[in-house]
Design a protein around this ligand. Structure first.
Ligand SMILES: *Cc1c(COP(=O)(O)O)cnc(C)c1O
Length: 443
């Protein structure tokens, strides 16, 4: 397993993260346990900010909180000077409870409800990223009732779709998000926004995909944004002060994933925006980006305790851990791949090939197919790397399994950021209707 950030093997032959022995973490907090390497999270934040600062351009880096939205994470993001993207009342609430400055919060999503819009307006958030005309009209109306004028970006579908190792450019992208550039919807939206008294159009937004390992998709998006901005200026006399190019910067999960340094993405984006906007004699806009996975992904490690095994000679050996799709649904959802090691026997030769199964009643509840480990015993601590993004965020209570605790580790210390759920938590919102409280139903 690749050792990310501060992870290393200590002299006991144990995996150590943030200066803390992972077997001690497992003992103290129980398993499964999400462990976040705080120094690595902060380093990732700084890589983006420093790279932008070096360009001399105006910028905002907004952490896409959907990757991991807990109050402690909001605190780190605030301290590092980033902005924050939210996509629901729940994420907004979490950020506000954490004391995140509302003016640095951006609200995303393709179906914001009237309640969410009101909540965000009352909180005084910095910007709405408007996805469609229904939302534009609703937002304009609600802001009007509140006698406010709210800054917005319009989400554009630029016709660029980035894949891990390729990108494609198409005339029209089949997407539930945003105003299409090719069919005129984006232009119409700009026109309507400019006529809407209670919104103030700051600019346009695009997000071309996730887990992107190349810069070309961003350059192409910048080119399309510049040409669109130029047309809007020429025909509507509107100049955008902000261009948002979204997130999607890749991280390493397994060998073969080849993320670029975050500075490389930033430099390429800055260069493309400079070149493309200069080419149409456009005043240099402020550049916003929205990394999620790349801030928290490789900083996360999940610790599990090994339980049972099932060896099918000549076929496969299954090793089951005390978690699974409830704490990491990504393998089941997207066939995502992960690396693992035995945290308590990190120096033992990995001479057995096994597959790691979860404990849910689902054959698809597998965490890793085919991983090389030392011969595994019940009670061993299994560490799975790069689980910081979209793991806790997507965790569920399927099979009424309690969601794990999450700790941040740094400089030899560990601190709880999310407590393990209790049995009481599981039934907290359950209600037994009166008529079901009798012992037996008369038949
Ligand atoms: C999901 C998302 C992001 C973050 O994507 P990552 O792959 O986690 O960096 C940014 N912007 C928007 C609009 C998104 O939907």
């Amino acid at each position: 397993m690749y050792l990310h950030g501060t992870s290393k093997i200590n002299d006991k032959g144990h995996l150590e993260i943030g200066g803390v022995d992972s077997t001690e973490l497992a003992q103290r907090y129980g398993t499964p346990l999400y462990v976040m390497d705080e120094a690595l999270v902060r380093r990732r934040c700084r890589e983006f900010v420093d790279a932008f600062q070096a360009t001399g351009l105006k910028f905002q880096v907004a952490y896409a909180s959907k990757a991991l939205c807990v109050m402690a994470m909001c605190r780190i993001v605030e301290q590092e000077g980033l902005s924050l993207d939210v996509v629901s009342d729940g994420e907004l609430y979490t950020a506000l409870q954490a004391g995140f400055p509302p003016e640095r919060i951006h609200f995303h999503g393709n179906n914001k409800t009237p309640m969410e819009i009101e909540m965000a307006l009352d909180a005084g958030i910095g910007c709405f990223v408007v996805d469609n005309l229904t939302e534009l009209r609703l937002l304009n109306a609600i802001a009007g009732e509140k006698k406010k004028q709210v800054p917005i970006l319009l989400r554009i579908t630029p016709g660029v779709e980035a894949h891990t190792h390729e990108y494609i450019s198409t005339g029209q992208i089949d997407s539930k998000f945003g105003f299409d550039l090719g069919n005129g919807a984006a232009f119409e939206a700009v026109h309507e926004a400019s006529q809407s008294a209670h919104v103030r159009l700051l600019g346009i937004h695009s997000h071309i995909g996730s887990q992107i390992f190349e810069v070309e998709g961003f350059s192409l998006a910048a080119e399309k944004m510049a040409s669109f901005a130029s047309r809007v200026r020429d025909e509507l006399q509107i100049v955008f002060p902000v261009i948002n190019l979204g997130g999607g910067f890749g991280v390493r999960y397994v060998e073969g994933d080849t993320p670029l340094p975050m500075s490389t993405y930033v430099e390429a984006i800055a260069e493309a925006v400079k070149t493309q906007f200069h080419a149409v004699s456009y005043p240099m806009p402020e550049i916003w980006i929205e990394p999620g996975r790349s801030i928290v992904g490789d900083a996360g490690t999940t610790l599990y305790t090994v339980g049972t095994s099932k060896d099918i000679p000549g076929v496969r050996k299954y090793v089951a851990v005390d978690g699974g799709m409830t704490d990491n649904p990504r393998p089941a959802l997207y066939q995502s791949e992960y690396e693992a090691m035995l945290a308590n026997r990190a120096n033992d030769a990995a001479d057995e090939q096994v597959s790691i199964a979860g404990k849910c009643c689902e054959s698809g509840d597998m965490l890793i197919w085919d991983v090389q480990l030392p011969a595994v015993n019940s009670g061993d601590i299994l560490a799975v790397a790069s689980t910081g993004a979209y793991n806790y965020a997507m965790a569920s209570n399927y099979n009424r399994i309690r969601r794990p605790a999450l700790v941040f580790v740094k400089d030899g210390e560990s601190d709880l950021a999310v407590k393990r759920e209790t049995h009481e938590d599981l039934v907290r919102n359950d209600v037994v209707p009166e008529r079901m409280k009798q012992k037996e139903t008369a038949r």
